[in-house]
Design a protein around this ligand. Structure first.
Ligand SMILES: [Zn+2]
Length: 280
């Protein structure tokens, strides 16, 4: 049994085919998939899908750091998320996604080069401040409702580590993990409630450092995801990704690790249930 811990099936390239998508999941033994909200509108859509397919789809609500960077913290938006949680306790299982994304901040020429963190412009500094404020407020909200937090980090590894330790952010998953093993080890030493989720990127030839992490960290800390409709695994690269393709990522994980296929499949599924609070 397989659990896709992160997808966006409300996306217009998937939603019109949703019955076929569910059928494809069944065929590949993908039992559950969590639908991730990135802002108010998509969080509503994620919840609607969870209501339409109970016990198969669940939802998360939250504000993505790439959106948050140019958005001064607004408590009305946070209140809207809080209301969505209160009214949908059965389907909302985490706050997603928050964290740091320095890929597009001022000075990167729209993501063409890495930000020079030693010499940030005033605008870049305020974009980072916005991301920090959204992150901390969403962490407080997660805490209040006993929900885990889903963290996105891109081009911001060191800042992410520092911020998580400083603010004791310990019940979370590092989504679409793309850092190296040292980063993972440092977080594992800091908390035993942190999970690492591997996407279809794990199957790419260029992903050696990610594969090394997936091979060596504790199996108890691993989740898998598609990030559908994005990041289709190598075997189906270039197509619209869907939860059924979580199977390819699991197969890669099995190829990399020393435990038996059954043990890996079972443990990763149990990790997913535990992380999202779906076990008693
Ligand atoms: Zn995503």
């Amino acid at each position: 049994m397989i659990f896709d811990t992160h997808s966006h099936c409300y996306w217009d390239t998937i939603l019109p085919r949703i019955d076929e998508i569910i059928e494809n999941m069944r065929e590949k033994w993908i039992m559950k998939a969590v639908q991730i909200g990135c802002d108010i509108e998509s969080s509503h859509k994620a919840i609607a899908l969870a209501h339409r397919f109970p016990d198969i789809f669940y939802a998360t609500v939250g504000f993505h750091p790439e959106e948050a960077q140019d958005f001064i913290f607004d408590s009305d938006i946070l209140d809207t998320f809080e209301k969505m949680i209160q009214e949908n306790r059965d389907s909302v299982k985490a706050i997603w996604e928050t964290g740091f994304d320095f890929h597009y901040i001022d000075g990167t020429d729209g993501g063409k080069r890495k930000a020079d963190l030693e010499n940030l412009s005033e605008k870049a500094k305020s974009q980072i401040e916005n991301q920090k404020k959204w992150w901390i407020e969403q962490w407080k909200l997660a805490h209040k409702y006993d929900l885990p937090l889903v963290i996105h980090t891109r081009d911001a590894g060191e800042a992410t580590l520092e911020f998580m330790k400083e603010n004791h952010i310990n019940r979370c998953v590092m989504h679409c993990f793309s850092e190296d093993i040292d980063f993972a080890q440092e977080l594992l030493e800091f908390s035993d409630e942190i999970y690492f989720s591997f996407s279809g990127i794990l199957t790419y030839k260029s992903a050696q450092k990610i594969q090394e992490t997936a091979k060596n960290i504790s199996l108890h800390r691993i989740l898998i995801e598609t990030d559908a409709p994005f990041l289709a695994p190598q075997a189906v690269r270039g197509t619209v990704n869907e939860p059924a393709n979580t199977r390819y990522t699991l197969d890669k994980l099995i190829e990399l690790r020393s435990e038996s296929a059954q043990e890996i499949e079972k443990q990763v599924y149990e990790n997913s249930l535990r992380f999202y609070g779906l076990v008693n």
